[in-house]
Design a protein around this ligand. Structure first.
Ligand SMILES: [Zn+2]
Length: 294
């Protein structure tokens, strides 16, 4: 196993060099706003399509909450963030990183799961267990902003690309080429939990990606007009409620809770000034792309 891994690793390094991003341009992109370089070997359209299929399976398998008002609030917060992200990039004359997203929201009834996620392409789920911690609209917007930021920054694609380049996970390739999703159900049933993990959901991303999602999440919530000071508070409430329990993805130890709260506190004042609620300029480009782009 080690040999195979080493050969592949050598092959990878031989192909891309140690500074992968400088050498192979098509495989590298830049995260919007933070401008961090990232490796992207897999086409976004494929990944979004696979994510959408998996989202359908989650909808069929998981119990949906019948709290219509709560779901309505989630959708309202989501569409405010959606529009603000698009407007922001439009106002800068930059490509909207969400132009090809098909936004969707579900509220899963699971009072013990304190989590939320956003799959590639804008497929969002909130678990009822997180609602006592988010407590209010601003708190929920902070969590949703963080999850949406992972999708906007294409963290799942980056994670899968890295795994693929290093050949450390055949499951990743299988899922992203559609094999696992179409085949597994026939035999053992779909391992939804495992697939969510592969998409980087229910499992922490790397330290850099988590910090990046915190930072971008604050920006998106602020642009959408939410009070981002609530974000540090919900992280503290989460810390309190997690005493002695397993820690979910977004409150993971990467980066450490304390460091995370400290960073949020440091960023909040400058983000409030630098990224005030965005004025709606036009939603035409988004509608155009939504209708005509696949
Ligand atoms: Zn996260």
């Amino acid at each position: 196993m080690n040999d195979i891994y080493n050969i592949n690793r050598r092959k990878f390094l031989g192909l891309f060099g140690t500074c992968a991003c400088g050498l192979i341009i098509p495989a590298c992109t830049t995260v919007p706003i933070t401008e961090r370089k990232q490796l992207r070997l897999l086409p976004e359209s494929t990944i979004n399509r696979q994510a959408a299929q998996l989202y359908e399976k989650v909808k069929n398998k998981a119990e949906m909450s019948d709290d219509k008002n709560q779901l309505k609030e989630i959708k309202e917060i989501g569409s405010r963030i959606e529009e603000s992200v698009s407007e922001y990039f439009y106002s800068l004359n930059q490509k909207d990183p969400t132009y090809n997203f098909r936004w969707e929201y579900i509220l899963i009834k699971a009072d013990k799961i304190k989590n939320a996620w956003c799959m590639p392409g804008g497929k969002i789920a909130v678990y009822t267990g997180i609602l006592p911690i988010t407590k209010n609209k601003d708190g929920l917007a902070a969590v949703m902003g963080h999850e949406i930021a992972h999708a906007v920054a294409k963290h799942s694609i980056e994670r899968a690309s890295r795994a693929l380049a290093l050949n450390v996970s055949t499951t990743v390739l299988d899922i992203f080429t559609g094999g696992a999703i179409s085949n597994t159900s026939r035999t053992t049933g779909v391992d939804v939990a495992g697939m969510l993990r592969t998409f980087g959901i229910d499992n922490p991303f790397g330290r850099k990606q988590e910090s990046e999602a915190d930072y971008l999440g604050l920006i998106f919530s602020s642009l959408a007009g939410f009070d981002i000071r609530e974000s540090a508070k919900i992280w503290e409430r989460m810390k309190e409620s997690n005493k002695g329990e397993e820690i979910p993805e977004w409150m993971s130890t990467h980066p450490s809770n304390l460091r995370r709260i400290q960073s949020l506190r440091r960023w909040i004042p400058e983000i409030i000034i630098k990224y005030p609620p965005i004025k709606k300029i036009s939603v035409i480009p988004k509608i155009f792309f939504k209708k005509y782009q696949i």
